[in-house]
Design a protein around this ligand. Structure first.
Ligand code: GLU
Length: 609
């Protein structure tokens, strides 16, 4: 069921309307009401940001206003999201940072994905008591065994070193301010806390932070996180070595190896294998982006270990020869759904961590391969799903004879995560998706440190198969779907976008690009439009609004729909995108969700030139 999603109230309004209640409450005068107002679209000059949260967007604008660049502002916004969106992102997780550097005209990326511990065995997800795979919920989701070595602190440090002008201490200042003075709890934060209540209650460190007095913080109350402020200060003073080595690293490893459960909890919480050596060994990686050309636009994405860049890129290559803008809406959507299914078939067969698996990234993003895959699309009729993967070794752009369909794959990626887009006056653009995987991650706060650990290793396949590119291996990064994307037109930024949503991230980014480039929508409408996600399954997952709008017209093609939503949370939405579009006259249009996740926050530095 779709939950009621309130707009984040300004501290001022909340104080007037609701009084100030809740365990973590302080005087609302401490919060700046301007920083909690939400606008989904803003256009102007000199810099722009779009995120899910007004505090994070305000942090980015503050940094830009003081002369920081897009990398500085993206780190400041991400750190603030660690405070205000702690169930989606934070220093206990990982992510992917894509950056257009105006000086060089090049797009570069940082892979800050979590890694498996060096001692993680192939059968880590098999219950030793039963010799059967752990259930996804509750055993794997709430566990030490699913916690990957966090990559987010290293990503921030690397992004600043590579492109930024601030040091980490200065970039963390706005987030430390928000953690200390607090933010106003909205309906989304309360609902996400309630969705997690049972498992948060299983860990004293988590319940004392997020269930003060035994309940989720009240809507309108002010939530402070002094422990996180102190952890950020530690990082500010000593750099990220204070996270990856020393007492904090020891506490992270101890939490993973021996989760501190509340007495009497019935949650099993399997222990994990992470050691302090795993933390000390972690490195965020510079990666070349994926690149495809779609209708004359250069589309740069995140290369493996994420499947985002190859899968969005392959689908665009499949669709490039098709005149979507000349078709009926249903005809174009049919093509979109079919191209997506084909790209997902190849993702499953070929994509994993390139450090440990031979990933054919060049083939997957080769227009000739896309052309050959497009042979599988019947413009009148949906293929039987799942469709088979293509052959990356022997393609020549000529239609092959029919391949046998495969067994259906189970998709266990969750729908947490957050995304942000920032641009500055010099023309630099940052597109950053970060996550702790599940909403609420592993459910385990590192005691006294104010942040949740991820459960990202659930993104590995549960059962080990030596042929599966996403099998568990020690030190490996699990395959991601995160798809931060920057699109250039004639060498200059045209559009930057990304989204949360597990494997629906890929379809959300793809559908938003098609909406904007082919289907005549402006960027705000492209984000707001109802979504459908075909990930090579018998039924298309779609938002109820999409089914209402297009279900009838798509039925004759053979598409069958199932409404979106998952068993764990009460949200029925697909994705929560952010974007910035760059107009030829220098105007930036920042766009966020008008409704999903309670609505996002777009801001610009100056409304006029
Ligand atoms: N773990 C997912 C991934 O890396 C992201 C989780 C989500 O978006 O909810 O693709």
């Amino acid at each position: 069921m779709r939950h009621l999603i309130g707009r984040r109230l300004s501290a001022f309004t909340a104080a007037l309307a609701l009084g100030v209640t809740g365990a973590a409450v302080a005087s609302p005068a401490a919060a700046d009401p301007r920083e909690t107002e939400k606008t989904p679209t803003a256009s102007g000059y000199g810099g722009a940001v779009s995120s899910v949260d007004p505090e994070a967007s305000a942090a980015a604008i503050e940094v830009l206003r003081k002369g920081g660049n897009a990398a500085d502002a993206a780190v400041a916004a991400a750190a603030t999201l660690g405070v205000t969106e702690p169930y989606s992102a934070g220093i206990g997780g990982g992510g992917y940072f894509v950056y257009y550097d105006a000086e060089t005209g090049k797009v570069g990326t940082i892979d800050g994905r979590e890694t498996a511990p060096a001692k993680m065995p192939h059968d880590a997800f098999i219950d030793p008591k039963t010799s059967k795979p752990y259930r996804f919920t509750p055993e794997l989701v709430t566990s030490g065994v699913s916690v990957g070595v966090p990559g987010t602190p290293a990503t921030w440090e690397r992004a600043l070193a590579r492109w930024g002008s601030l040091d980490l201490g200065d970039a963390l200042k706005p987030a430390i301010k928000v953690a200390t003075r607090g933010f106003v709890v909205d309906e989304t934060f309360r609902q996400q806390t309630l969705d997690n209540k049972a498992r948060f209650a299983a860990f004293p460190a988590t319940s004392s932070l997020y269930l003060p007095g035994g309940d989720a913080p009240a809507v309108g109350s002010i939530f402070r996180n002094h422990d996180l402020a102190a952890t950020y200060r530690l990082l500010a003073q000593q750099g990220t070595r204070s996270f990856y080595t020393g007492p904090l690293a020891a506490e992270i490893a101890a939490t993973v190896q021996a989760p501190a459960k509340a007495p009497g909890t019935s949650l099993p919480v399997p222990a994990g294998f992470m050691t302090t050596a795993d933390l000390a060994d972690y490195g965020a990686l510079d990666q070349a982006p994926t690149q495809v050309n779609y209708r004359g636009l250069d589309v740069f994405g995140m290369a493996p270990s994420s499947s985002g860049g190859t899968t969005v890129g392959e689908a665009l290559n499949i669709l490039d020869p098709v005149n979507l803008s000349g078709m009926s809406a249903a005809g174009a959507l049919h093509q979109y759904l079919e191209a997506s299914a084909l790209a997902f078939a190849d993702r499953a067969k070929y994509v994993g961590d390139p450090a440990q698996v031979d990933v054919p990234t060049d083939a997957l993003t080769d227009p000739l391969f896309g052309k050959e895959r497009a042979c599988q699309i019947n413009p009148q009729r949906a293929a039987v799903k799942p469709v088979a993967p293509g052959n990356v070794d022997g393609y020549d752009g000529v239609c092959p004879s029919d391949a046998a369909p495969l067994a259906a794959e189970k998709d266990t990626e969750n729908i947490s995560t957050t995304n942000l887009t920032v641009a500055d006056k010099w023309g630099n653009v940052a597109e950053y998706t970060l996550t702790i995987e599940q909403t609420g991650g592993s459910g385990m706060v590192v005691p006294g440190r104010g942040f949740l650990l991820n459960n990202e290793l659930t993104d590995f396949s549960t059962v080990y198969d030596a042929k599966d590119p996403n099998r568990i291996e020690p030190g490996k990064r699990p395959r991601s779907s995160m798809a931060p994307t920057i699109i250039l037109k004639e060498g200059a930024p045209f559009l930057a976008l990304g989204s949360p949503g597990g494997s629906t991230i890929i379809t959300t980014v793809l559908q938003t690009i098609l909406n904007r480039v082919d289907l005549g929508m402006d960027i705000s409408a492209a984000i707001a439009a109802p979504r459908a996600s075909q990930r090579n399954t018998a039924q298309v997952t779609a938002e109820p609004e999409f089914i209402a709008a297009f279900g009838k017209e798509l039925a004759p093609f053979g598409h069958r729909f199932t409404p979106s939503g998952d068993a764990f949370t009460s949200a029925a939405e697909i994705g929560a995108a952010t974007a910035i579009e760059f107009r030829p006259d220098g105007k930036m249009v920042a766009a966020a969700e008008p409704v999903r996740r309670g609505g996002g926050s777009a801001m610009v530095l100056n409304r006029s030139r």
